[in-house]
Design a protein around this ligand. Sequence first.
Ligand SMILES: Nc1nc2c(ncn2[C@@H]2O[C@H](COP(=O)(O)OP(=O)(O)OP(=O)(O)O)[C@@H](O)[C@H]2O)c(=O)[nH]1
Length: 304
Amino acid sequence: MIGSEIVEDPDFRAGFVSFVGRPNVGKSTLTNALVGEKVAITSSKPQTTRRAIRGIVHRADGQLILVDTPGMHRPRTLLGERLNAVVQDTLGDVDVIGFCVPADEKLGPGDKFINEQLDAFPRAKKIAIVTKIDATSRPAVAEALLAVSQLRDWEAIIPISSTSNLQLDILTAELIKLLPKSEKLYPDDQKTDEGIEARVSELIREAALEGVQDELPHSIAVTIDDMIERDDRDLIEIYANLFVERDSQKGIIIGKSGARLGEVGARARASIEPLLGKQVFLSIRVKVAKDWQRDAKQLGRLGF
Ligand SMILES: Nc1nc2c(ncn2[C@@H]2O[C@H](COP(=O)(O)OP(=O)(O)OP(=O)(O)O)[C@@H](O)[C@H]2O)c(=O)[nH]1
């Protein structure tokens, strides 16, 4: 063979990294900030992440494959148990675990509980990430760093802010150093390996979560029936179902004369269109799946 010269860098590193931590500490926001594209959904409501989503960070010297796990918590419903099973499966084979604690809150029992769980994954190297340092004072950050340093012997402890882009490059470099030497695991232009339908349904769920009351977030699931590319126009038709658990929740989602559902659709379209690079026609049908979180058969149908 002539001329096909592939320059292999013997020092290149690649591997899997997972961020863990209590709900709402900023794991999804960090994933998105590192990848530079919206791959994981974020929300001010806890426990909005349900799937292990991968974001891929490409650097000249390495490739980080980020596995975003749901917040670890004590299970209350069957859905909770499945989420925890996802966490266990994920952490069983990552190279590095990034334990996230927010700088603007005191280290609590929830953080300690999760830190203790990490003993079950001896293979993974462990670093501590102190998140949201923009949201508090320097002394508070110092206090958070000190508190987390006392939990275990971390490979590194790195303070960051995802929203103010503080120290994210340092974190990336530090994570790459901890990965095994390996060739590239994904092509350069790939940022996630999640299917497009899964990403679209997550964006719809995110749009539906905005502004809803506390108990509702856990009750919402979205499935996609169909995505049809129109030949005659630069347009994709998306037919989605939004499931809630009770009739009363259906009313909340739809709103007066459908006003709220209209807003949800508009918000979802605004984030789906840049993802698909096309105009989107979006149909959302709201359906009731009674107590789906507790029902194994329904959970399966909704993709959990
Ligand atoms: N000020 C500030 N806020 C942040 C930062 N990172 C995340 N947040 C906010 O914290 C909230 C939770 O962020 P998420 O990324 O959804 O948290 P998570 O840990 O993924 O949450 P779960 O999916 O529930 O496990 C959101 O309102 C974010 O905007 C940060 O660096 N600074």
